[in-house]
Each structure stands twice: as C-alpha cells, then as structure tokens.
Design a protein. Structure first.
Length: 238
C-alpha cells in the first residue's frame, strides 16, 4: 500500500518550520512510522513527493521496542512513539510533527532537557540505601516503567516548559521513592511535590490515555497525593 508522509521539518533551532511530503510503500501491516523514516534515510539520495532532492530527515531512536521513548513525536495529531505507530492504523496520508511543547533541535528532534531539570529541582532520586515495603511492589513496578518520553506533557493542558507545574513525568518518579526516603528528605520532596505537581494538576488525566507504556497514572497519582498531601493535612488538622 502507498502512503504519503507529510512531515514538519526545521533545519535548526533558529529556522522556521516548513512542510515536506514523501511517498512510501509498505509491504506488511506491521510497518511502523519508525521503519519508514529509517527506510527513507537509508536511500543514497532522498527526494520528496515533488521529486526535489532534500536532506535526510533528522529524528531520534534507540531501542525501537517501546522501551526508551526516544522516538516520541506527534503523528496525526496524537503524541506517540514512532516505533509503535503502524501505518495500517493511520490512513493513507500521515502527518508527522515534533512534540510541540519542547524546543525543536532539527526536524523531529526535540530538546527534552526540561524533564531532567525538573527532576533535579525536586531531587526525585535516592541518595541513601532504602528498603521498600513489599506491599508497595505494584506501585514501584508501575512507576519504574516510565520512559520519560514526554508524551504525557505534550497532551497535558497544564504543562508548559516555563511553568511551575512539572507534570506526570515528575510525578511518576516521585511516586516510586516517596515512601523510601528518610523523614528529612521525605519532608523536602513532599514540599516540592505539593508545589510542582499537586497544586498544578487539573486531574484531566489526558496523560492516562496517551502513555505509551500504559502506566496506571491515576493509581500512582492517588497514592502519591495521599502520601505527600492528604496525610499531612489530616495530621495537621487532627
């Protein structure tokens, strides 16, 4: 089957974006957007749908197995992983754009540095030995599956890169360690959690439906809010 890929491109951070189209053919129903991008770039010389020679398409990938999140982009208006987007489900014309809430480096490559800067700001990691309660194994496992791909932030109506709300990309790692910290560090993280996650979340849960890993965002959010906010309020008012 023949497909038309309509790709938003950009030569560099300072250049304006433009649209360029390519025709591709897929032999199997399992062919993904990642596969056809690789196929286009494997040609000695790349030509667009109008027969004009053009530069290779810049995009990121690593595992191509829904494990790393590197190939996150917006396909037909929906943030997802290119390695998980099958052409057969997308129609004969497929629009491909970079994630819009992050600075574009070039073409479909974006700078997700803000995700890691936010995690650094709230100190969402362990610095000492910790022992998890076996009763929380399901929470720990669920939180460990986060890819830090940015799809949840792309779809979130409350997140923007200059804002104080850090989104589910910060909530999920916090959920993993909130109970394992010592009292001093737990108090510090709870304070940052309230400021950068709890206070900014509108509970639309658009992130729940878009997560490529299928993480149960609602379950983690309820658990983390209980530990970081609700228990503290209960004890304060008791």
């Amino acid at each position: 089957m023949k497909y038309k890929l309509i790709i938003q491109r950009q030569k560099s951070k300072t250049d304006k974006p433009y649209i360029q189209s390519f025709f591709v053919e897929a032999d199997t129903d399992n062919t993904t957007v990642a596969a056809v991008l690789s196929m286009l770039n494997s040609q000695d010389e790349l030509y667009d749908s109008e027969g004009k020679r053009c530069d290779k398409i810049r995009w990121e990938c690593s595992c191509l197995q829904k494990k790393c999140g590197a190939c996150a982009m917006v396909i037909n208006g929906r943030p997802c992983l290119a390695c998980d987007a099958r052409l057969i489900n997308l129609g004969s014309e497929i629009t491909i754009q970079p994630l819009k809430k992050f600075p574009v480096i070039a073409d479909l490559m974006i700078d997700r540095g803000i995700l890691y800067e936010n995690l650094k700001e709230i100190n969402a990691w362990l610095t000492d030995e910790a022992y998890a309660d076996e009763k929380r194994n399901d929470i720990l496992y669920e939180a460990s599956r986060c890819l830090q791909c940015g799809c949840c932030l792309e779809i979130c109506p409350n997140f923007y890169t200059e804002g104080d709300f850090f989104g589910m990309a910060a909530m999920v790692p916090s959920a993993r360690i909130l109970d394992e910290l010592n009292d001093k560090k737990k108090t510090a993280l709870k304070k940052e959690y309230s400021k950068h996650i709890y206070n900014g979340c509108g509970k639309s849960l658009a992130c729940r439906d878009i997560c490529p890993a299928g993480i149960n965002i609602e379950k983690l959010l309820v658990n983390s809010n209980t530990i970081a906010v609700w228990k503290s309020l209960f004890l304060r008012n008791k």
